[in-house]
Ligand binder design. Sequence first.
Ligand code: GAR
Length: 219
Amino acid sequence: MLQPQALVSPALSPDFDEQYRSFPPAKLGVLASGSGTNFEALIQAIADGDLRAEIPVVIYNNPGAKVAARAARWGIPAVLLDHRNYVSREAFDYEVVQTLKRHQVDWAIMAGWMRRVTTVFIDAFPQRAINIHPSILPSFPGIRAIEQALEAKVKVAGCTVHLVDLEVDSGPILMQAVVPILDNDTPETLHARVQAQEHAIFPKAIGLAIAQGHKSPTP
Ligand code: GAR
């Protein structure tokens, strides 16, 4: 049977890797709406020395989101910004940006952030915002990506890490992993296998973006 496979290797050349390690750890501000398993995969990669970064803050927008408890376990400040309390998407994004800036964040990382962003956000983090989505983009953007793949009866699903732009689940692709769809898959079984791949490629793609970001002038 086909095994899940990362399609783009982050392999950094030795001198590139050395250069990357000579910079201070990048500060990642994480945005999450739900469970936060991808957030925790990033923390674990940092703890294991596989991702040279730190997470000074996580912002979440749903009061019941499990990500808050995960953050508490790791001693990471979690800030609730409920989008329902803002008059517009722009006003909400302004508060998100201010919070990230207060924590001196270099990169905004969307780990299950179920919000479309505005120019307020993109202008504050141009080429410095990264999202993960559970499909092989550009197929199946938006909500219910796993269900969309099953309904379309495609043979492979997967996940994509990409830079964020104004469209939903759109922007330059950094890394993808494919996951074969089995005949007896349900949304739950398929999502579990896709998430295992998400947790593997998300830290790798972020590390690669940080390394490349150090090579280009900071916007
Ligand atoms: C992940 O599967 C992520 O790809 C998806 O939300 C889930 C969050 O899981 N994101 C999107 O659908 C973005 N359009 P998590 O809270 O366990 O990390």
